[in-house]
Design a protein around this ligand. Structure first.
Ligand code: ATP
Length: 193
């Protein structure tokens, strides 16, 4: 999957709508301190479903919305649209929007979807909010120092099988609840004998 466009509105320091084209190959973001380089990477993670305050450098969910400055009022919503093309040329547009007091909403190619659908879409394409393809400051040192289990997770992500783990967990939980229902049914039918 090749991410080729990113649109941000009201996301962190990107108060005005901003659109970026991402060309094929390795992309580096350069600029003076505090200009918003890390915010860009966070926007990519966020639209892919990231919520962890540590990854997003924020306290609450709504902290990604432009908080205002001495000269500009805060915004009521933040929106990030990511456009990508798969290797077989299929177009994908994912949108995440958060409104103050209303939480997050996601869309894939214009259809309302759940956060989980977005996560699975990216996991199947061997990318996602935790993809090793997104290299933030300090990440290289973290990769070198990673424990074997963490390194394995990175390799699984790169190999595109992390989506299978999510489906396996889902299937196991469905199996457990079906087993519980069966046991209950057996108890009930035993009472009928
Ligand atoms: P450095 O090179 O120092 O790491 P950077 O270019 O990566 O900096 P970022 O950390 O992406 O910069 O951006 C930081 C800026 O974003 C700060 O000026 C901060 O005030 C601003 N910022 C972060 N969240 C918000 C928000 N919700 N509303 C408005 N501005 C925000």
């Amino acid at each position: 999957m090749q991410i080729d466009r990113l649109k941000l509105t009201g996301f962190k320091s990107f108060v005005e709508p901003a659109e970026l084209r991402i060309e094929p190959g390795l992309t580096g973001v350069v600029g003076p301190n505090g200009c918003g380089k890390s915010n860009l990477l966070e926007a990519i993670r966020w639209v892919m479903g990231e919520n962890s305050p540590k990854s997003m450098r924020s306290g609450g969910m709504e902290d990604v919305i432009f908080a205002g400055t001495a000269s500009r009022p805060q915004r009521d919503f933040a929106e990030v649209v990511l456009h990508a093309a798969s290797t077989d040329g299929e177009e994908l547009e994912v949108m995440r929007r958060i409104e103050r007091g209303a939480g997050s909403a996601y869309r894939i190619n214009g259809d309302d979807v759940r956060a989980k659908d977005v996560a699975l879409t990216f996991a199947d394409a061997a990318t996602g909010a935790h993809s090793p393809a997104l290299v933030s400051q300090g990440k290289i040192a973290q990769v070198i120092a990673a424990k074997p289990a963490e390194r394995r997770a990175m390799l699984e992500e790169a190999a595109g099988i992390s989506g299978l783990h999510v489906r396996r967990r889902d299937a196991e939980s469905k199996l457990r609840s079906t087993e519980k229902n069966l046991a209950r049914l057996e108890d009930l039918t035993a009472g009928l004998d």
